[in-house]
Design a protein around this ligand. Structure first.
Ligand SMILES: [Fe+2]
Ligand SMILES: [Fe+2]
Length: 136
């Protein structure tokens, strides 16, 4: 079972970004499935590492669009990204210390909550600006 399903309410109107958000949702679902089905710690850690890498490149992609189009909220948005990266980093550490612990549920709740809120809030805000500026 998927933890989050993509739906049109997550679309921000920029196709390349929507595709990346879909991919993030897919990775979160993969991680959830691996944890729920009791995959080994090394499998879970590998998926978590993949999710971290993808998240970092997605954020870098967005930030490079902000630079290109002079998005006024760049600094605030970057800070939100940094907080997410820091939190995932902490989870790596916590998971390594206690791979079977209750941390799994906390990670999933955090990721789901963060991602959907960020997409529907801050990402939607920059999308409005970038679309006006003619981003494709
Ligand atoms: Fe995003
Ligand atoms: Fe973002």
């Amino acid at each position: 079972m998927s933890l989050i399903e993509w739906s049109h309410k997550y679309s921000i109107g920029i196709p390349s970004i929507d595709e990346q958000h879909k991919q993030l949702i897919k990775l979160i679902n993969q991680l959830n499935k691996a944890m729920a089905s009791g995959e080994s710690a090394s499998v879970v850690a590998a998926i978590l590492a993949g999710l971290t890498g993808y998240t970092e490149s997605h954020f870098a992609y967005e930030e490079q669009l902000f630079e290109k189009y002079g998005y006024p909220q760049t600094e605030e948005h970057k800070k939100e990204h940094q907080r997410m990266i820091d939190r995932i980093g902490q989870f790596h550490v916590e998971f390594a210390q206690d791979p079977g612990g209750s941390i799994s549920l906390e990670i999933m709740q955090f990721l789901t909550y963060w991602l959907t809120n960020h997409i529907q809030g801050s990402d939607r805000e920059y999308a409005e600006y970038l679309i006006k500026k003619g981003v494709d």
